[in-house]
Design a protein around this ligand. Structure first.
Ligand SMILES: Cc1ncc(COP(=O)(O)O)c(C=O)c1O
Ligand SMILES: N[C@@H](CCCC[NH3+])C(=O)O
Length: 418
């Protein structure tokens, strides 16, 4: 259950808020997030981890709106970040730096300095070059940097090739065969403290088995490191748990966490999770209005006011997301449409071959848009980015204003007159 449901008046609500009213009030396209859903998903991970030492580090990249981060920070969440920008957002939202893990293959010197100054929980290091850099920066600042090495366990997560990360051919992490040697190199660096071991094998995984396979490999490595005198205090299993967009049947967070937990019995290891999508995706919808209906022989199109610049997942990964009417009581003829945006790209679609009963002016909701939605939005075709609203029971709060046209050229300059 995700708190976006039709109520007895036949209209779609987000918690206690009528989405058609929000669309009138704030305009479309409009992202709407549900606080209760975010909280419920976060608690699902936290409660399943239970009394085992753990940290739920929400992956900020999935949805970095300050209100989203603030809701999770108030629950005591940690955060997985990949840039100084994300760390600044976490801090601005009241998050605790001591619960932050810093992932990513290309951390810049300035970003490492900032994270060290803020005393983050751990750097997830993805190469020897990065170890050397962090050691050097920490030495210069008179700090000891807590590190984990992200290993690439070479596991096929069975997910879309653009979002698999744990295979040898992916750019992420250190090949597991080299990890023992690289940990020894890290141990010899003066300004590093080895705290953990990290992996992240991909996104939108719909089975537990690949995660368990990865954990098995990591535990073998942890034992090998212990015999080298390197004691790992935490195991970070990354994110990647999938959600239901269509007819997928991913495990519930509870099952996923419990199965991983079971592997760690008898070990004194803190478990770190970095869920992004599983917390945010089904906590959001994108509202869009039908601009035109364009019937055709080969295809009919519903041209809506949201486009690939607002939600790029369908264009980028051929991702499928449900598209449903906001008012279910309207009597319309049914037809099959490609739901497309106004952008000048053939790839600009939100959904293909969807049976819908709609006409011009009707409001649609694209489901599961809370993760990798607004955060991946752009201004392509000089389209201002949409507003974001958070619903909290009967209350709706504007948590990001719609961009205005002058935002589009902010920071741009004409050449001086000749
Ligand atoms: C290092 C890392 N952690 C966590 C995540 C979050 O992944 P997901 O949204 O699939 O849970 C990602 C993105 O895939 C990632 O790259
Ligand atoms: N952006 C992707 C997921 C990438 C995960 C980030 N490491 C998506 O929409 O599915």
């Amino acid at each position: 259950m995700d708190y976006f449901n039709y109520q007895t008046d036949g209209r779609l609500y987000g918690e206690g808020c009528d989405l058609s009213v929000l669309a009138e009030q704030y305009g479309t396209p409009l992202y709407v997030y549900s606080r209760a859903t975010l909280e419920r998903h976060w608690h699902a991970f936290d409660q399943a981890a239970g009394d085992v030492a753990h940290l739920i580090c929400y992956a900020v990249k999935a949805n970095s709106n300050l209100a989203v981060l603030g809701v999770l920070a108030r629950l005591g969440s940690g955060f997985d970040i990949v840039s100084k920008g994300e760390l600044c957002r976490v801090l601005a939202a009241g998050g605790d730096a001591s619960k932050v893990v810093f992932s990513g293959v290309g951390k810049r010197v300035e970003e490492i300095e900032f994270a060290l100054e803020k005393n983050i929980f751990c750097f997830n290091v993805e190469s020897v070059a990065e170890l050397v850099r962090i050691n050097e920066v920490a030495g210069r600042l008179g700090k000891i940097a807590p590190i984990s090495i992200r290993v690439n366990p070479d596991i096929d997560a069975g997910t879309h090739p653009y979002i698999s990360t744990g295979l040898k051919e992916n750019k992420f992490g250190i090949p597991i065969e080299q990890a023992q040697d690289i940990y020894a190199q890290a141990a010899a660096m003066e300004n590093l403290a080895i705290h953990g071991l990290d992996c992240h094998i991909g996104s939108q995984l719909t089975e537990v088995a690949p995660f368990l396979e990865a954990v098995d490999k990591l535990l073998v490595l942890i034992d090998a490191l212990a015999s080298d005198g390197i004691h790992i205090k935490h195991l970070d299993v990354g994110g990647g748990l999938g959600v239901r967009y269509d007819n997928e049947t991913p495990p519930e967070p509870k099952e996923y966490v419990q199965q991983i937990k079971a592997k760690l019995q008898g070990r004194n290891l803190t478990l770190v999770f970095e869920p992004g999508r599983a917390i945010a995706a089904n906590a959001g919808v994108l509202l869009t209005r039908v601009e035109h209906i364009k019937p055709g022989d080969a295809k009919s199109f519903a041209i809506v006011d949201a486009a690939m610049n607002d939600l790029i997942r369908p264009a980028l990964y051929s991702a499928w997301q449900a598209i449903i009417p906001v008012d279910n009581t309207l009597e319309r003829a049914k037809a099959v449409y490609d739901v497309v945006g106004p952008i000048c790209e053939t790839g600009d679609f939100i959904g293909k071959d969807r049976e819908l009963a709609i006409t011009e002016g009707d409001l649609l909701a694209v489901r599961s848009a809370g993760a990798y939605g607004f955060v991946m939005a752009s201004n392509y075709n000089s389209r201002p980015r949409s507003a974001e609203v958070m619903v909290d029971k009967e209350q709706a709060i504007l948590v990001r204003e719609r961009e205005v046209l002058s935002d589009l050229w902010r920071g741009e300059h004409l050449l001086p007159q000749a």
